[in-house]
Design a protein around this ligand. Structure first.
Ligand code: 3HC
Ligand code: NAI
Length: 647
């Protein structure tokens, strides 16, 4: 079947694109649209054309799978120009998302109309490229330079009402899109037509605007190259004639397509989409998830509850006593109140979210829940007691999950009736924000239970990654090696501040030591002490020395650094130098770049060990864990991608 079909409603033609899954602009679609312009231009009965899409969305962009290959004609910029130059005005009728090349096609149309929940945007920077078919040149001609810069450098789409206010679309259609768009077209041809977008003027801002914008974009990009190139392209559009700016944009687009950053971001793009639906579970039906419960309303429990409520499901919170129930509910309420403060939620929405949580101490309330997620203290005795209760009170087919960070899920599940429905679901803090969800089956976990874990991941819009059982699973095991390696460098005389600066320059939000100061050094310390008490041989770390000197991080006024009260800025600490003097060698000349290479190499080496042991099933899974759980720079593709052997 053709991906483009043409129909006529009197003097208005409709061009329908049907190229599942997202109407991406592959060769067949570009050719189909090219031919449609010719056919409709030649038809004297047609006065206007409505471009509309079947399926879940308007054209979602260029076909990313074509990016590794040489471009084939008709190229997108020429197609957009051809639509713009058509003798009949085209109206883009947008539902879902008009993104990247899809939005550029819409910009070639004389008019754009959209459903209220549709969005438009230029997300190319998220793929390490810039728009390549006029996005940076036409957009500022519609909405002005400032909005175009915000939109294209961040890559965040705009919803229809905002797009209307910005001048990016001409109307929001309530009701049936096709009907509304045809009516719009019919009315529009009775009026003088507006200029094609390319013929419109841009109000060029002054030099100071660009200096400020360059600074802001560089700061937000954290090492990613594309945002600054988008800015340069919009600047060109504001300063030189249309065709010259188009050439500049296309050259930049072509140059960026082949870069390492673009390859990394493309790999991550596809890995993120594949992660929620592993091939091995394709034929396994997950169990239905309608009503969930969480045990423990502390840091993690409250975040998990918030994530479940965001997905619209009711949750029961079980805590150990009434006071803890009240504290847990208040922890959850704080998450939603924070949403109100940041303008993300209305008071009414926050109230609805809160109302969907029932707090109790009574396990009998769990009689009809489909899944329970345990997030109580990280102590085996406490967890086992909880699962004994769950075994007694839950349906035998209800999935029982633990959020343990380090305990062995097999030990937690011991004695459970029907252990096939038991699974580890390891969330990351804050659980309603962090995308990563490690899914840890035991040897007894059934495929249905595993599939239900992934179904929960999809429901909560997480990036689920399956992990085998080992201490710390994938993420915390790599973290441990990374931190140990960072301490190793300190022992060799590399200053703590240089190591942190190196990792920030590499693209992480924080270095290993400032991150520990923020989270607290005591948690890992207690874990090491626990292992020592259990007779394991855990060598003394530099962190142990600091914790014993009551330097547990920011919360005690100091850890690896000193902190002035009320200021989170780390200050190099003479006390730490003194405390660690006996452990530290003479100052090393190791550069920041060498530090980053060494530490990322350690992460990748641990990743490789994890792969060799079958704990993770692919290098991309490890990269997703690092990107979505630990803030590894996305544009580097993750430690495995960044250190892989180049062909
Ligand atoms: N090219 C090729 N395949 C694409 C694609 C694209 N642009 N966008 C999505 N897909 C594929 C996905 O890989 C996935 O495939 P799968 O089913 O085999 O796993 C399938 O389409 C569905 O994608 P999602 O799971 O993401 O579907 P959603 O309904 O959740 O989201 C969407 C739809 C909002 C359109 C989302 O897919 C999206 O954001 N896509 C990317 C849009 C984008 O980045 N466009 C710009 C491309 S670059 C460009 O246009 C350059 C131009 O300026 C020249
Ligand atoms: P927390 O101390 O903030 O919360 C634990 C909660 O469990 C408390 O509210 C406590 O009252 C409740 N609780 C204790 N015993 C209970 C019982 N018998 N019945 C019902 N409730 C009980 O701890 P946090 O940080 O939320 O951790 C919980 C679990 O999540 C631990 O297993 C931890 O390892 C894991 N985890 C923690 C992460 C973090 O960053 N804090 C990240 C990922 C996992």
């Amino acid at each position: 079947m053709s991906v483009v079909t043409i129909a006529r409603q009197g003097d208005i033609a409709t061009v329908t694109v049907d190229n599942p899954p997202v109407n991406a602009l592959g060769l067949a679609l570009r050719q189909g649209l090219w031919d449609a312009v010719a056919e409709l231009d030649a038809d004297p009965a047609v006065r206007a054309v409505v471009l509309i899409c079947a399926g879940r969305t308007f054209i979602a962009g260029a076909d990313v799978t074509e990016f590794g290959k040489p471009p084939v004609e008709p190229h997108l910029p020429e197609l957009v120009a051809r639509i713009e130059a058509a003798e009949k005005p085209w109206v883009a009728a947008i539902h879902g998302s008009a993104l990247g090349g899809g939005f550029e096609v819409a910009l070639g149309c004389r008019f754009r109309v959209a459903l209220p929940d549709a969005s438009v945007g230029l997300p190319e920077v998220t793929l390490g490229i810039i728009p390549g078919a006029g996005g940076t040149v036409r957009t500022p001609r519609l909405c002005g330079v400032e909005t175009a810069v915000d939109m294209a450098t961040a890559g965040k789409p705009l919803r229809a009402p905002k797009a209307l206010a910005a001048g990016l679309i001409d109307a929001v259609i309530e009701g049936d899109l096709l009907e509304g768009a045809v009516a719009f077209a019919r009315a529009a041809i009775e009026q003088p037509l507006p200029l094609p977008v390319s013929a419109r003027e841009i109000a060029a801002p002054d030099a100071a605007f660009w200096t400020e914008a360059e600074k802001a974009v560089a700061k937000a990009a954290k090492g990613a190259a594309a945002p600054a190139r988008v800015l340069a392209s919009i600047r060109k559009a504001a300063e030189v004639p249309f065709t010259e700016a188009m050439d500049f944009e296309r050259e930049t687009f072509m140059a960026l397509r082949g870069t390492e950053q673009a390859a990394a971001l493309r790999t991550v793009f596809f890995a993120e989409r594949a992660a929620p639906r592993p091939a091995a579970l394709r034929d396994v039906q997950p169990l239905p998830l309608k009503k969930l419960a969480v045990i423990g309303g502390g840091t993690m429990g409250a975040g998990i509850i918030a994530a479940i409520r965001d997905a619209g499901l009711p949750v029961i919170l079980i805590e150990r006593d009434d006071e803890a129930v009240a504290r847990g509910l208040s922890n959850v309420a704080k998450v939603f109140d924070g949403g109100v403060k940041r303008g993300k939620l209305t008071e009414a929405q926050a109230q609805t979210l809160k109302d969907g949580v029932t707090g109790t101490t009574d396990y009998a309330a769990l009689v009809d829940v489909d899944m329970v997620i345990e997030a109580v203290f990280e102590e085996i005795g406490v967890k086992r007691a909880v699962f004994t209760q769950l075994g007694e009170h839950c349906r035998t087919d209800a999935v029982l999950a633990t959020n343990t960070s380090y305990l062995d899920p097999r030990t937690i599940a011991e004695g459970l009736p029907n252990p096939s429905r038991f699974i580890g679901l390891h969330f990351f803090s804050p659980a309603n924000v962090m995308k990563l969800l490690e899914i840890v089956p035991t040897p007894e976990t059934s495929p249905e239970t595993l599939a239900t874990g992934f179904a929960l991941g999809r429901l909560l819009k997480k990036i689920p990654v399956q992990s085998g059982i080992c201490e710390g699973f994938i993420g915390n095991r790599i973290l441990k090696r990374y931190r140990a390696a960072a301490e190793g460098l300190v022992r060799k005389g590399v200053p703590i501040a240089r190591i942190d600066a190196a990792m920030r320059s590499y693209g992480l939000a924080m270095g290993p030591f400032e991150a520990q100061d923020l989270g607290g050094l005591d948690i890992a310390y207690l874990q090491r002490e626990g292992a020592r008490a259990a007779g394991q041989d855990v060598p003394e770390t530099l962190g142990d020395i600091l914790v014993r000197a009551d330097r547990k991080g920011q919360k005690t006024g100091g850890g690896w650094y000193d902190y002035v009260a009320g200021d989170r800025k780390p200050q190099v600490s003479a006390t730490v130098t003194e405390l660690l003097a006996a452990q530290i060698g003479p100052e090393s000349a190791m550069s920041e770049a060498d530090v980053a290479t060494a530490l990322v190499g350690e992460m990748a080496a641990e990743g490789q060990a994890i792969l060799n042991e079958g704990i993770a099933s692919s290098p991309t899974d490890i990269d997703l864990v690092e990107i979505h759980g630990y803030g590894f720079p996305r544009w580097r593709g993750g430690p495995m991608f960044a250190t892989r052997a180049r062909d």
